[in-house]
Write a protein that binds this ligand. Structure first.
Ligand SMILES: Cc1ncc(COP(=O)(O)O)c(C=O)c1O
Length: 404
C-alpha cells in the first residue's frame, strides 16, 4: 500500500458522524441539516434537456481535452464574466468538477523529489487541498484566516523559508467556509511571491457566482490581467457548474490559465482517464451559455441570506459574507463542537463545527496549537428559505437558552 495513504485525515463529515453517534436528536422537531454544502435548488430545465438530447455521445470515447464547442463555451463565459480573453485551445480545459481537478493538479505540479516540498493552504480550508498535497508527497502548510481581514488569509505571516520550499499554493476565493473574497492587493502580493519563488497558484473559484455585494467577486485570471499578466504565468483558476447551475451530480467544471501548465495537466489527465462524458459536455455547453438561470439562482440565495442573517445576528457574531452559501458564525461560549452536539440533541438542527474544517496553525508567533476554525460553526443555507428560517429560529432559541 502507498504509505502516504495513512497520512489522510478523516473527512469533516466522518468526524461529525462520530460526534453525533451518541446523540439522540429531540423527536419533537423534524431534522434540518445546514451541515453539508450541497446545492439543493432545482437544476435548470435547459441543462436537463441538453443532457437528454445527447445520448448518442455515449457510443464513443470522449477526448480528454473536451469538445471544441465546450472549450469555446468556457472561454466565452470567461469573456462575458471577466472581460478578458482566454484561448479556448490552449488556456482552457474541462474537468469533472473542481474537486477531482484540484486533487489531480497537485499530482501534476508537485515535485516530491525536491527537499521540503510544500503546498500552502488557507486555514480553515476545503479538505481536498490537504489530501492532494499529502498524496503528491508534499507537506501542507496552513495559513490562518484572519477575522480582522474580513476572514482573508494574512499571507505576510508565512516565513520566507516556507515560501522558498513552496511549489503549489491553494487560494479559495470566495472562501469556504468564510465567504471572503480576496482583494487585488493580495493577488499582487501572491504574484510577486510566485515570481520570486517559482510556485504555482491554484485558484479555487467554485462559489464565484453566488455573491451578496453589488460587484461580482474578483477572479484570479481577472486579477492577473489587471496586474499586466495576460499570459496567466503560474496561475490556474478552477471553476465549476455545481453551485452556479445547481448540478453537483453532473460533475462538470473547467480550469483556465497558464498554457504551459495546462499542457502538462492534459497529459496527466489523459493517463488518469479523466475525460468528461459527451453527454455531460453537451449539457455543460448549454449551462455555460446561459446566464438567466444563474441570475435567478443568485436572487434566491440573496433573499434567503437577507432573511436568515439578521435573525441569527441577534444572538451570535455573524454577518452577511461577500459570497458563497455559508454563514460563518462565532458561537457563544466558544465551544463549537459542544454547540453542534447540543443543538442537534435539543433542536434537531445539524451544523458543522468550524474546528473540523481547520488544522492547528503553524508559524504564527505565540499561537502554536491555535485552530482558526475553533469557536465558529459553518451553516450551509442550501435548503428552501422556509426551512432555513425554521432552523435559524431554533438556533436562536437554543442560543438564548445557553445564556440562562
Ligand atoms: C471550496 C470548494 N472547492 C471545490 C469544491 C468541489 O466542487 P465540485 O467538485 O462540485 O466542483 C467544493 C465543494 O463543496 C468546495 O467547497
Amino acid at each position: 500500500m502507498n504509505p502516504l495513504m495513512s497520512t489522510l485525515q478523516p473527512y469533516p463529515f466522518e468526524r461529525l458522524k462520530e460526534l453525533f453517534s451518541t446523540v439522540k436528536p429531540n423527536p419533537a422537531y423534524a431534522p434540518i441539516s445546514l451541515g453539508i454544502g450541497e446545492p439543493r435548488h432545482a437544476t435548470p430545465q435547459l441543462v436537463l434537456d441538453a443532457l437528454a438530447g445527447a445520448t448518442q455521445a455515449l457510443a464513443a470515447y470522449p477526448a480528454t481535452a473536451g469538445l471544441p464547442q465546450l472549450r469555446q463555451a468556457c472561454a466565452g463565459w470567461i469573456k462575458r464574466r471577466y472581460a478578458l480573453d482566454a484561448d479556448a485551445a490552449t488556456q482552457v480545459l474541462p474537468v469533472n468538477g473542481s474537486r477531482e481537478a484540484l486533487f489531480a493538479f497537485a499530482q501534476t505540479v508537485v515535485d516530491p523529489t525536491r527537499a521540503g516540498a510544500t503546498v500552502v493552504c488557507p486555514n480553515p480550508f476545503y479538505q481536498i487541498y490537504e489530501g492532494a498535497a499529502l498524496l503528491s508527497g508534499a507537506k501542507p502548510y496552513y495559513v490562518p484566516s484572519d477575522p480582522a481581514l474580513n476572514f482573508n488569509v494574512n499571507w505576510d505571516t508565512v516565513p520566507a523559508e516556507v515560501w522558498a520550499n513552496t511549489q503549489l499554493l491553494f487560494v479559495c476565493s470566495p472562501g469556504n467556509p468564510t465567504g471572503a473574497v480576496m482583494p487585488l492587493s493580495d493577488w499582487q502580493k501572491l504574484f510577486e511571491l510566485s515570481d520570486k519563488y517559482g510556485f504555482v497558484i491554484a485558484s479555487d473559484e467554485c462559489y464565484s457566482e453566488i455573491y451578496f455585494r453589488d460587484e461580482p467577486p474578483l477572479g484570479g485570471l481577472e486579477a492577473a490581467v489587471k496586474l499586466g499578466r495576460s499570459d496567466f504565468k503560474n496561475l490556474v483558476a478552477f471553476t465549476s457548474l455545481s453551485k452556479r447551475s445547481n448540478v453537483p451530480g453532473m460533475r462538470s467544471g473547467f480550469v483556465a490559465g497558464d498554457a504551459d501548465i495546462l499542457k502538462q495537466f492534459l497529459l496527466y489527465r489523459t493517463y488518469h482517464g479523466s475525460a468528461m462524458s459527451g453527454m455531460v459536455q453537451a449539457a455543460s455547453v448549454a449551462a455555460w451559455n446561459d446566464e438567466a438561470h444563474v441570475v435567478a439562482n443568485r436572487a434566491m440565495y440573496r433573499e434567503k441570506f437577507a432573511a436568515v442573517t439578521p435573525l441569527l445576528a441577534e444572538v451570535m457574531d455573524v454577518r452577511l459574507p461577500d459570497a458563497g452559501f455559508y454563514l460563518w458564525a462565532a458561537v457563544p461560549g466558544g465551544d463549537d463542537v459542544a454547540f453542534a452536539r447540543d443543538l442537534l440533541a435539543q433542536y434537531n438542527v445539524t451544523v458543522l463545527p468550524g474546528s473540523y474544517l481547520a488544522r492547528d496553525s503553524q508559524g504564527v508567533a505565540g499561537a502554536k496549537g491555535f485552530n482558526p476554525g475553533a469557536g465558529r460553526i459553518r451553516m450551509a443555507l442550501v435548503a428552501e428559505t422556509a426551512e432555513c428560517l425554521e432552523a435559524a429560529q431554533r438556533i436562536v432559541q437554543f442560543t438564548k437558552s445557553l445564556a440562562h
